[in-house]
Design a protein around this ligand. Structure first.
Ligand code: AMP
Length: 281
């Protein structure tokens, strides 16, 4: 495994590994991350390892997707552990750029996330967040030129918007949607879970529990979104809920659950950490 720390290095290595005439064309699987890797990231890496000749992970905490009052400065950093994890997972290259490498000036050509999906849910709660996400993801795609990219359903709205960017900008990239990885007791893995106190860790279980109850209600033919959300709110009592939403795969609100085309999403603060979870019905 090789650590790539500059864009020049990445570009020259890329020439070697992709256009080696003796070997022929090789597929490149890419997993963009912000580091502090856990089993959720590992499942994306393993998926890429099975399906690609070359696997590249990027570790970059992207400042443009954080607003001023968010946790950019406090985002967990675990470079050494991350390198070990990547090595054990058979990653070929880790790309670890600095902010000044990724953003060369303040007056950049910008990417604007589409209105319909960026001004609701995460987009509404975190203005500008998805502009920053798409900006950095497009830069990384252009640098790495992957064949396949791996994103988690955990960040469902991000997954939707990156897929839409790939489609709208005619990028020749296949996006692979990966299932949410959870702790045994149901809590969705997140780099921010380490900031939960013992009690908050217990309280956070209400999130996955509420999604489980929603799935059970739907299983017993309760398809009315209002009724489902009301039950979920009851289970999540005591948490600082930012939103509970029932949407279709294009992120339009659904009054009635449509089987095979519904995502139920939750965002809530549990103490200081802000946690996201969802379930695809
Ligand atoms: P992050 O490092 O938080 O930017 O996440 C990098 C990628 O890992 C994104 O595509 C996330 O959706 C994905 N991811 C994060 N947590 C999980 C999880 N619990 N299960 C599956 N994928 C995840």
């Amino acid at each position: 495994m090789q650590i790539i720390k500059s864009i020049d290095e990445l570009q020259s290595i890329r020439k070697l590994f992709v256009t080696n005439p003796e070997i022929g064309e090789r597929t490149v699987g890419f997993i963009p991350t912000m580091g502090a890797l856990h089993d959720g990231h590992i499942s994306l890496i393993k998926n890429a390892r099975i399906n690609n000749d070359i696997v590249i992970v990027s570790i970059f905490v992207n400042p443009t997707q954080f607003s001023q009052d968010e946790d950019f400065d406090k985002y967990p950093k675990k470079d050494k552990a991350d390198m070990k994890i990547c090595e054990l997972c058979g990653v070929d290259y880790i790309f670890m750029p600095t902010t000044s490498m990724m953003y060369q000036g303040s007056d950049e050509v910008l990417i604007k996330a589409p209105k319909i999906s960026s001004y609701i849910l995460e987009g509404e709660k975190r203005p500008g967040h998805f502009d920053g996400v798409l900006q950095v993801v497009l830069k990384l795609f252009n640098l790495i030129q992957p064949t396949d990219v791996y994103f988690g359903k955990k960040d469902a709205q991000q997954l939707f918007l990156v897929s839409k960017m790939i489609k709208d900008l005619f990028l020749a990239i296949n996006i692979v949607e990966c299932e949410i990885v959870r702790e045994q007791d149901g809590l969705a893995l997140s780099s921010r879970n380490i900031y939960l106190s013992k009690q908050e860790r217990v309280d956070a279980l209400k999130i996955s529990k509420s999604l489980k109850i929603a799935a059970e209600l739907i299983g017993s033919d309760e398809l009315d979104s209002k009724v489902i959300i009301k039950k979920m709110k009851k289970i999540m009592e005591g948490l600082d809920i930012e939103y509970i939403a029932i949407v279709d795969r294009s992120f339009s609100n659904l009054d009635t659950v449509s089987l095979g085309n519904t995502i139920i999403l939750v965002a809530t603060k549990v103490g200081r950490p802000r946690l996201l979870d969802n379930i695809w019905i």
